[in-house]
Write a protein that binds this ligand. Structure first.
Ligand code: ARG
Length: 293
């Protein structure tokens, strides 16, 4: 159905940092020069889009909506696999208005045949999309973060909806509040992650499934630069400006980096991965619902 990877992004035209729902968000810094910050954000988003297209992927851009600045983080819209989208329920009121917008986006994608099925979490169960639930294509499991944003009860819903194994990972701190800020499976079976962000039980679950030779540990400086929040296709990784230490580590394992200055979005606590949402993922080749029919 898809001849190349397809990512969703959002027009950054209504982006700003006007509230604070995670410790990185700096409304004051934004306010010192909103016009300059917005111009920088638009340039950064365009550069990210180009970087992803340069990897051979297609990018579909949805429109901005006034009053919903964090709509620029579509990773939080839904969990998508095999043509099925399980729509997010946001914990914070500030983002709950995005739910209706993303639902409309997915209904439109369904009309175009790019999505086959839309599902929901039961009321009261929070889950913030692919930002907290990452498909590991090599291991054929979902890794699902919970604690700061997503409810633990979301894990069973994900498992039932997709019929895939879900490994729950409890996040230990408000600073790494979505799994995608501290955990990034890479093609080929390697894992880039920031151990400090996880509870001891979560770390044990990671280490039980990913052998030491495949684990690439990010330092605090690397994680705080939002570099674990990366987009990976094959041997290529797109991420925010990286400390040289991380570049060396990844290049030594055979990965090539494209760095983009995403500082306007880091002011909101997000970077490359969460500014996108992959729509074409199939658990096993040919598994997409449409392809099976
Ligand atoms: N300001 C947004 C929030 O706190 C940033 C979201 C970033 N998304 C992510 N998946 N890490 O919700």
């Amino acid at each position: 159905m898809f001849d190349r990877p397809l990512f969703l992004m959002t027009d950054p035209g209504c982006f700003d940092v006007s509230y604070q729902i995670n410790p990185w968000m700096r409304p004051d810094a934004w306010k010192t020069d909103p016009a300059g910050a917005l111009a920088a954000a638009k340039a950064a988003s365009a550069e990210l889009k180009r970087a992803i297209q340069a990897l051979g992927a297609q990018v579909e851009t949805i429109g901005a909506v006034a009053g919903l600045p964090d709509l620029v983080f579509p990773a939080n819209a839904a969990i998508v696999l095999d043509g099925r989208a399980l729509l997010a329920r946001f914990r914070h009121e500030e983002r709950q208005g995005e739910e209706a917008i993303f639902r409309e986006v997915f209904c439109r994608l369904k009309r175009r045949g790019l999505i086959q099925e839309i599902a929901d979490f039961p009321e009261g169960v929070f889950q913030e999309g692919a930002g907290d639930c990452i498909w590991d294509a090599d291991r054929k499991v979902f890794w699902a973060g919970y604690g700061p944003r997503s409810s633990k009860a979301s894990l069973a819903v994900i498992e039932k909806t997709f019929g895939e194994e879900v490994v729950g990972l409890e996040l230990a701190s408000d600073r790494f509040y979505h799994l995608d800020t501290c955990f990034c499976p890479l093609a080929g079976g390697k894992l880039l992650y920031y151990p400090t962000a996880f509870t001891p039980a979560a770390l044990a679950a990671i280490r039980a499934r990913v052998p030491e030779a495949d684990r690439i540990e990010a330092t605090a400086a690397e994680a705080e630069a939002f570099c674990v929040n990366a987009v990976n296709l094959g041997a290529r990784i797109v991420m925010a400006r990286a400390p040289a230490s991380l570049r060396r580590k990844l290049e030594a394992r055979g990965y090539a980096l494209t760095e983009v200055d995403l500082s306007p979005f880091i002011l909101s606590g997000g970077a490359a991965y969460c500014m996108t949402l992959r729509l074409d993922r199939e658990s096993r080749p040919g598994r997409a619902i449409l392809a099976a029919e």
